[in-house]
Write a protein that binds this ligand. Structure first.
Ligand code: TMP
Length: 259
């Protein structure tokens, strides 16, 4: 069988050419990085879990009318997506102070923000994804003002939906990162939600104990990283309590055996 063409390899995912024009296959790796890849590691089974969690969230968002790149999950680690022109802006939505906001502004982690904040970062690893203002986005042509209005509207809708979804399973949505892409229909384009939504790009705290159930466990060497990702999937009903992840991860087993 001909090897399929790799389009792009990122820190946590690989994109392959899809079966039809305008589609791609998004493969979820177990690799984890933090602090712009200065810290590297593996979170065993993460790719499988993030594929499932992201599928669940993107499908739910589509059902409430948020357009996304997700088409369908193909197997344990892969999903079929629409090919988009990625807008080089990372959109961070914050409900509670944590991470870089706490560090930069000296606000104690865990402080409820009086209102939801949307921040923008320029997606450029070489520059370390610097924070930017709305004005930079229009000035440098990364997105139009109309596109940014749509993006901000979608980010707020995603936040409202996810906050409720996680609260229902005893999780507080502290903050998260979104990416958007442009699709073309003749001369017209529109913006849709792209990338993934998973514990890699969200801060998720247990409502009662404030225990961290996200990638901060890896960033801050807190231990129990795999268990935290599994706990989120389990609470979302995507994993049964007695599922053995080693057994579930059939794809990587097959690969290891060379099949
Ligand atoms: P921050 O507090 O480090 O700025 O992160 C805010 C949120 O964005 C947090 O949920 C983690 C997520 N995030 C990413 O997904 N990718 C990144 O490169 C960074 C810096 C943050």
């Amino acid at each position: 069988m001909a090897r399929r063409r790799q389009i792009y390899e990122g820190k946590a995912k690989i994109l392959y050419e899809g079966p039809e024009p305008g589609t791609l296959i998004q493969y979820f790796k177990d690799d984890a990085t933090a602090f712009n890849a200065q810290k590297r590691g593996t979170i065993s089974g993460k790719g499988v879990i993030n594929n499932r969690i992201s599928e669940h969230i993107f499908t739910s968002l589509a059902a409430i009318g948020v357009p996304t790149h997700f088409i369908r999950r193909l197997n344990m680690r892969e999903q079929l997506i629409r090919q988009v022109e990625i807008i080089p802006v990372e959109v961070v939505v914050r409900n509670v102070a944590a991470g870089s906001l706490s560090k930069r502004l000296g606000i104690e982690e865990g402080t409820q923000l009086p209102r939801t904040i949307i921040e923008y970062y320029y997606k450029d690893d070489a520059l370390g994804d610097p924070m930017i203002a709305d004005e930079h986005i229009a000035c440098f042509g990364w997105a139009t003002q109309d596109e940014m209005n749509d993006i901000a509207d979608m980010a707020i809708r995603v936040n409202d939906f996810l906050s409720g979804m996680f609260a229902a399973i005893g999780i507080r949505l502290i903050d998260f990162k979104l990416e958007f892409g442009r699709i073309w229909d003749g001369d017209f384009s529109r913006v849709i939600l792209a990338d993934e939504i998973s514990p890699d790009g969200c801060r998720l705290w247990d409502i009662k104990t404030n225990q961290k159930l996200d990638k901060d466990r890896f960033r801050q060497d807190l231990g129990g990283v795999e268990e935290a990702y599994q706990e989120v999937a389990r609470r979302l009903g995507l994993l049964q309590p007695d599922d053995d992840f080693a057994v579930l991860d059939l794809d990587s087993h097959r690969k290891k055996r060379g099949r």
